[in-house]
Design a protein around this ligand. Structure first.
Ligand SMILES: [Zn+2]
Length: 421
C-alpha cells in the first residue's frame, strides 16, 4: 500500500550515525529504515537531523506579550523596573485586570505562531484562575487549544497565581475549570498566606479530578528551607508519584553537590519531576546582588544523574517575568548549557533531551518519539547531530504534525561575489 509521505535520508536524534527513510501513513509513522523500497510522495531531508518536535513543558500563553502595557501601566517608561519576582507578580496582576478573552486569545496565538516555527509540537501551558480574571484566560486558551490542534497538542494547567487560601472564590473557579476541560492543576504556594495549606488543597483537587500536578515553587535562592519537602510529603501521602512536577526550584541552585545529590535521590524516589526555566530564573534571581550576581539556574543535568525527570522550558515570553522570548527551545537548551557550564560533547548533546524526550517523560506522554506507530510529529533541524543542534543553535527548517507540514523556513543563503577576488 502506498504511503502518504516518505522522508528520505534523515538522521534520527539518538542514532545519528546512519540515515534512514521514514514512511508516513494516516498521520502516523508506518515504517523506518535505511533505503526503504516504498512508494509515496517523497521529501528529501539531505542527511539532516530530525526530532519528534520540541516539548514545551512550562509556558504561560495567557500572560505572554504584555510587556508594553506593563510599562505603560507603571508609568515608568523605563522597562521592567527592579526586575524582581515581586515586581513581576504585581505588574502582571495589574495588567491582568484589563485582559479580555479576545485579547488573551490574540496574544496566545501570536506566541503559538512563534512556538510553531521553532518546531514545538507539544505544550503544557499554565493558565491563571482567580476571582479577578475569572475564567477568561481559561476560556481563551481552550479556544486556542482547539484552533491550533492541527499544529500543537496543548494541555492546560489551571492554577492560582495570586494565592488560593487567601483568595475567597478562587477554589470554586478552579473546580469549575477542572469540570470543564482543564488537563491538570497547578499551584503557586509562594504567593499564598498559607503555603503548605495551598499545596494540600491542590493535591485534594488533583485527587478529586484525577489530574497531574505542576507547582511553581522554591523560587528564590535561600536554601535554608524548601517547599519541595512539603510537595514530596504530599506526593507520597496521595500516592501521586510520577504525576507531579515543579517549575523553577531555583533554591536547588544554591546548595552544594552533596546536598543536591541527596535531594535528587529523594525526588527520584518519590516521583517529583523538575522543570528548569533558564531565561526567567536568570532574569529574576539574585536581584539583591550589586555584583557577582548568582546564576540561579538549577543544574538539571546533575539532577538527572540522580534519576530525576527534568526538562527545560520557556515559561514567559515578553512580560515582566521575562522580557525576552522567541519560544525557541533550542535556544533554551543552548542558554542552559552555557549557563550551567555543560561542555562535554555528550553532555551538550544530552541538553537536547531536556527539550524533547525527557520533557515528554515529564508530561507523561506515551506516544512521543520517532518510532513506528507514533504520530508523525517530525521537525527537521539544520544540522546532523544533537550536539550541533544545541551548540550551534541549529534552526528548524521544516515541521510536520501528524504527517502534515505545519511550517517551513528556508536555510540561510550566502551570496558570495562572483569573479576574481
Ligand atoms: Zn511559570
Amino acid at each position: 500500500m502506498p504511503l502518504d509521505l516518505v522522508l528520505r535520508d534523515a538522521r534520527v536524534a539518538g542514532s545519528e550515525d546512519r540515515t534512514v527513510d521514514i514512511g508516513i501513513r494516516d498521520g502516523r509513522i508506518a515504517t523506518i529504515g535505511p533505503d526503504l523500497a516504498i512508494d509515496g510522495p517523497e521529501r528529501q531531508i539531505g542527511g539532516r537531523l530530525v526530532v519528534p518536535g520540541f516539548v514545551e513543558t512550562h509556558i504561560h500563553l495567557d500572560k505572554s506579550c504584555i510587556l508594553d502595557r506593563c510599562i505603560i501601566g507603571l508609568g515608568t517608561g523605563q522597562g521592567a523596573g527592579e526586575g524582581t519576582l515581586a515586581e513581576a507578580v504585581a505588574q502582571t496582576a495589574a495588567a491582568k485586570r484589563l485582559f479580555t478573552e479576545e485579547d488573551i486569545y490574540a496574544r496566545a496565538c501570536r506566541t503559538l505562531d512563534k512556538a510553531l516555527v521553532q518546531g514545538t509540537t507539544r505544550m503544557r501551558t499554565h493558565v491563571e484562575i482567580d476571582p479577578r480574571i475569572h475564567l477568561k484566560g481559561f476560556n481563551a486558551i481552550r479556544r486556542v487549544k482547539k484552533d491550533y490542534a492541527w499544529a500543537i497538542d496543548i494541555e492546560i494547567c489551571v492554577f492560582p497565581q495570586e494565592g488560593l487560601l487567601n483568595d475567597p472564590g478562587c477554589e470554586e473557579l478552579l473546580v469549575e475549570a477542572c469540570e470543564n476541560g482543564a488537563d491538570l492543576i497547578g499551584g503557586c504556594p509562594y504567593t499564598d498566606t498559607d503555603p503548605d495549606g495551598h499545596v494540600g488543597r491542590i493535591f485534594l483537587l488533583a485527587r478529586r479530578f484525577d489530574l497531574d500536578v505542576d507547582f511553581h515553587l522554591d523560587f528564590d535562592l535561600d536554601p535554608s528551607w524548601m517547599r519541595l519537602d512539603e510537595v514530596m510529603r504530599q506526593t507520597e501521602r496521595f500516592g501521586w508519584g510520577g504525576r507531579v512536577a515543579v517549575g523553577h526550584a531555583t533554591k536547588l541552585s544554591a546548595i552544594d553537590s552533596r546536598a543536591l545529590a541527596a535531594i535528587g535521590r529523594r525526588l527520584a524516589e518519590v516521583g517529583v519531576a523538575v522543570t528548569v526555566i533558564p531565561a526567567t530564573d536568570l532574569f529574576l534571581m539574585g536581584r539583591d546582588h550589586d555584583h557577582n550576581v548568582p546564576r540561579g539556574v538549577t543544574p538539571a543535568h546533575r539532577l538527572i544523574q540522580h534519576g530525576v525527570t527534568c526538562s527545560l522550558a520557556t515559561n514567559n515570553v515578553l512580560n515582566p517575568f521575562t522580557p525576552f522570548g522567541d519560544c525557541s527551545l533550542i535556544r533554551m537548551a543552548n542558554l542552559y548549557a552555557n549557563v550551567a557550564q555543560v561542555g562535554g560533547m555528550a553532555e551538550i548533546a544530552s541538553c537536547l533531551d531536556l527539550v524533547t524526550t525527557a520533557a515528554a517523560k515529564l508530561m507523561n506522554l506515551t506516544d512521543y518519539g520517532i518510532a513506528v506507530g507514533n504520530p508523525a510529529d517530525i521537525v527537521v533541524l539544520d544540522c546532523t547531530t544533537a550536539r550541533a543542534a544545541v551548540a550551534e543553535l541549529a534552526g528548524p527548517l521544516l515541521g510536520f504534525k501528524r504527517g502534515t507540514a505545519t511550517f517551513s523556513r528556508p536555510g540561510a543563503m550566502i551570496h558570495r561575489p562572483s569573479g576574481p577576488r
